[in-house]
Design a protein around this ligand. Structure first.
Ligand code: HEM
Length: 510
């Protein structure tokens, strides 16, 4: 360091002064001279990303953004080079367009930063190529081939609920729904539940630790090189010390077992990917060449993606359904009447305890509107989805945003926009889906994101939400231990509520 000062001919104090002036100049440039300096937003955000990171860690980035858009309008500058958009056309112009994703996404790599995952690929052409084989496993007909396995898993959940009803024991739905959705993902991906419902408890504190992991991932994307240096590198992978935890470990050993036994034929997603792997093994198309190929690490990465993204999101949707339904007078009874009608009276489908089929749940239009409304009012994905403006820039209102600026669309901001949904935008009202303008609002309903980078798992989520919500409405009621208590949650990349214990009551038991 001393040699460095000497080289510049500066004393320690002078060097500190030069650095301070450089930082000050950069701040002035970012605040007053940058091409997006005229876009309104929090003062600090205009010269440092730390404002955004602070809001993420505080866990209220979604609500804060809604407040800022209410105050400033369609454009809010949330970092020196990022603008959040609430303009109704932003979904089409930003998410549905083939824009590159923001650099934040690159942090999503498995098992380490050397490998590109579909979510981590920022170039739309590469992302599409990496996803091509994966998504075919998630079509509705493919997934419904696992419906019996899903039913067996969910029956375990309802057996627990029956027990809690008899015991009059208060439970956290956050835990039980996450146990169930984790087990279902195991069933759908590799025909093996993760074991939470069998154990009836959080295994290895997996779910308890997931909040800290979620907070880490949501900001690690802004410090990717630190993340690569500490955790996401070849050395950590080689040592096998990455803190993946029970879910990923279970998935990886299930994949290994299946690869060791190529004679086992299964209808799950893994079976599909392994067949793809086999048929493309001899093919040496290069990434970016537009040619189909799939490699072993991509199979692992696909399972990792589903497991990392597919349990708490659905569990949050399920919680939102129960939470808002029990607060909406008459909604549970109305949904139950419909469920009974469709199933032909109390019990229906295999009698009490039998899990409602996906096909029957699709006929329950009010129930589906309630599920949809729960996902609108409480979108499980709470972080803005960043894209990079391409050549020629982009115009919203009187602003022209130049090439290279990051533009993000936050699902909460869009779902809570009064301009789009009307004055009752921030209320839970399933009946909005029966209004004459409902069809025209579909394009603004984006719980899964939109465009080439949107969630690959809606069909899995819809199967779970439909079956679980229909069965809950038919067979159970929920009373909060403290009916006035609001739930709490932290909005990182996803928002997972908790802290609202309930009593489960089996229908007819008092
Ligand atoms: C209610 C449930 C769910 C919601 C609301 C949801 C929402 C989202 C959103 C908003 C994204 C980000 C899109 C973007 O970056 O532009 C995403 C990505 C993803 N989701 Fe979901 N998701 C849900 C359930 C699932 C399930 C069940 C799976 C299981 C396969 C899944 C797997 C993934 C994966 C792998 C990604 C990364 C996709 C990629 O970029 O390749 N999600 N999800």
């Amino acid at each position: 360091m001393g040699a460095f000062h000497g080289l510049l001919g500066l004393s320690g104090g002078q060097l500190a002064g030069v650095i301070a002036i450089a930082i000050f100049t950069l701040c002035i440039y970012r605040r007053y001279l940058s091409p997006i300096s005229h876009v309104p937003g929090p003062f600090v955000a205009s010269f440092t990303r730390l404002w955004h990171i602070h809001r993420i860690l505080k866990g209220d980035q979604n609500l804060e953004l809604i407040r800022l858009h209410d105050k400033h309008g369609h454009l809010v500058r949330i970092a020196p080079n990022e603008i959040s958009l609430s303009h109704p056309s932003a979904i089409k112009k930003i998410l549905s367009a083939p824009l590159h994703k923001g650099p934040w996404y690159k942090v999503i790599a498995f098992p380490d930063g050397r490998f590109q995952s579909p979510m981590g690929a920022t170039d739309p052409a590469i992302k599409n190529e990496l996803s091509r084989h994966l998504s075919a496993a998630y079509t509705l007909p493919n997934l419904l081939r696992s419906e019996d396995g899903i039913d067996a898993t969910l029956s375990r959940l309802f057996t627990w609920f029956d027990r809690f009803s008899t015991q009059k024991k208060a439970i956290e739905l956050a835990d039980w729904f996450t146990f169930a959705t984790s087990d279902v993902i195991g069933e759908v991906i590799f025909s093996k539940p993760m074991g939470f419902l069998e154990a009836g408890k959080d295994i290895d504190n997996t779910i308890a630790n997931s909040h800290a992991q979620a907070a880490y991932v949501s900001i690690a994307g802004f410090f990717r090189w630190v993340h690569v240096a500490l955790l996401s590198n070849r050395f950590v992978t080689w040592l096998g010390i990455a803190p993946w935890g029970h879910l990923i470990n279970t998935a990886m050993s299930a994949i290994k077992e299946r690869m060791d036994r190529p004679d086992v034929e299964r209808v799950d997603a893994l079976g599909h990917w392994l067949r793809m792997l086999e048929s493309t093994r001899s093919f040496d198309g290069k990434l970016g060449s537009g040619k189909a190929r799939m490699e072993e690490h991509e199979v692992r990465s696909a399972a990792f993606g589903a497991i990392a993204a597919g349990n708490e999101t659905v569990a949050a949707g399920l919680q939102a359904f129960v939470y808002y339904m029990i607060r909406c007078p008459g909604a549970w009874e109305r949904a139950r009447k419909e469920v009974d009608e469709v199933l032909g009276g109390e019990g229906g489908e295999g009698g009490p305890g039998g899990v409602v089929s996906y096909a029957s749940a699709q006929k329950m239009v009010y129930l589906q509107a309630c599920i949809k409304e729960a996902l609108r009012i409480f979108g499980p994905a709470s972080m803005g989805l960043p894209r990079v403006v391409g050549k020629g820039g982009m115009t919203f209102d009187e602003y022209t945003i130049p090439e290279g600026v990051i533009v993000s669309v936050n699902i909460w901001v869009m779902h809570h926009s009064k301009e789009i949904w009307g004055e009752d935008a921030r209320e839970f009202n399933p009946d909005r889906w029966f209004r004459p303008n409902a069809a025209s609002l579909e394009k603004y309903f984006i719980p899964w994101g939109a465009g080439y980078s949107s969630c690959p798992g809606p069909n899995i989520a819809k199967i779970e939400l439909s079956k679980i919500c229909a069965t809950l409405v038919r067979d159970y009621e929920f009373d909060q231990v403290d009916p006035k208590q609001e739930w709490s949650w932290k909005a990182y990349f996803t928002a997972v509520p908790g802290g609202w214990p309930v009593y489960v009551k089996k229908r007819g038991h008092h």
